[in-house]
Design a protein around this ligand. Structure first.
Ligand code: SF4
Length: 398
């Protein structure tokens, strides 16, 4: 994870005041309680009902409805609740920013979920940078002594849900196969509820103010606000809290740039998809993944940028499954060919074929994410492919 000097930009928009970041920078217990008041700590049926009403979806990338995840966590043994702040996506800093500035809200959500389920263990899995602010927040309150803080492993796939459980169980931060659902058989063999830390902070708001309040802003299909990390060719990279119906144009404007003047915008990070400037008038929706927006300026080559990402994805795999052992390295080689102008049309056709071959064939979604990225690059950078085939680059000519 890389963090620039500008790591937090609270909203200055009076029509869309911040929710998660309402207590301000580095909020201690007093500022947190002044902004939000105490948590209610709803029981399981009430929490499930309010979450369903709220429409809250996971903010870790999969956008799964939070109430369904809660309802699915069942079994004879007391469950485990895990907050995941490992944030393996290189262009995402939003969880680190949230934990540094609103650790009490994350703890509120974690403890509310744990209490509702009668959890046997309550774990926060975090990057080293977040340990200190969260430990300080725990020391300020009387209800969080049971929270186990565990430093997360580095690595792109280390934040995948089953990799987190594997890391906590065995110390190996690689995904498990999908034979068993974590909600039924996860950490210690117990039913396990694992949420991204932003999802837990949002859950803490639903606990306090209810589902109808939560729906008061944002896209009705995916209500509320979300944290977005904006990087790339912008005036100020940073993390911004925006309503979920905010267009890509307006998100990029918060970072001091114009999306319609870019070469392209990548939504969702390394597992995401490129969109053309003409497509930036809409909100990113589920394409935002874990809230990553990367702006490619007109002087940067989208094929070279994508080739670099695909090479990182190939190197980042756990090398347990066929698509990652063979498919991703082949995709990385062909994309390097494309970027270098070697056999460009053939390389593009081979990449489209490889994307079909690896999609849905791994134990986790790592190959699917790589396939999505490659397909979107072939679509958005089609003119670049033809130019590279002729030995030119549209971008370096500018
Ligand atoms: S698909 Fe790739 S990253 Fe996922 S478990 Fe298999 S080898 Fe590991």
């Amino acid at each position: 994870m890389t963090m620039t000097a500008v790591d937090l930009a609270p909203s200055d928009d009076a029509a869309a005041p911040p929710r998660l970041l309402a207590a301000g920078r580095s909020a201690g217990a007093a500022a947190h309680l002044a902004a939000f008041g105490p948590r209610r700590g709803l029981g399981r049926p009430e929490l499930e009902r309010e979450l369903e009403r709220s429409g809250l979806t996971g903010r870790g990338g999969a956008a799964f409805p939070a109430f369904r995840k809660l309802a699915a966590t069942t079994g004879r043994r007391a469950p485990v609740v895990i907050g995941n702040g490992s944030e393996g996506e290189p262009w995402s800093w939003k969880d680190a920013v949230l934990l540094a500035n609103a650790p009490h809200l994350v703890l509120d959500g974690l403890l509310t979920a744990a209490d509702a389920l009668g959890a046997a263990r309550t774990v926060l899995y975090l990057h080293g940078s977040a340990l200190s602010p969260v430990a300080a927040a725990i020391a300020e309150r009387s209800d969080a002594g049971r929270v186990e803080l565990v430093e997360a492993a580095d690595g792109f796939v280390a934040g995948e849900a089953s990799a987190v459980v594997n890391a906590l169980q065995t110390g190996r931060a690689v995904p498990l196969d999908r034979v068993r659902r974590l909600s039924e058989h996860g950490l210690d063999g117990r039913p396990t509820l694992l949420h991204n830390v932003e999802t837990l902070a949002q859950l803490a708001l639903v606990d306090r103010y209810g589902g109808d309040w939560f729906r008061g802003v944002g896209d009705p299909a995916q209500p509320g606000t979300r944290l977005v990390t904006v990087t790339g060719d912008v005036a100020r990279e940073g993390v911004f809290e925006v309503p979920t119906d905010t267009s890509v144009v307006d998100i990029v404007a918060r970072a001091g740039a114009e999306a319609r003047l870019a070469a392209a915008v990548l939504l969702g990070g390394y597992h995401g998809r490129w969109i053309a400037p003409t497509e930036t008038g809409a909100a990113p929706g589920e394409a935002a993944g874990a809230g990553v927006v990367h702006v490619l300026g007109v002087r940067r080559c989208g094929l070279a940028a994508t080739a670099a990402i695909v090479a990182e994805l190939a190197a980042a795999s756990a090398r347990q499954c066929g698509p990652c052992l063979f498919g991703l390295p082949a995709m990385a080689e062909r994309f390097a060919d494309l970027a270098a102008g070697r056999l460009a049309p053939q390389a593009a056709a081979e990449l489209a074929r490889l994307a079909e071959v690896v999609d849905g064939r791994g134990s986790c979604h790592h190959p699917d994410g790589a396939a999505r990225l490659v397909r979107s690059a072939l679509r958005v950078f089609g003119r670049d492919v033809h130019a590279h085939a002729e030995g030119r680059c549209l971008r370096s000519a500018r």
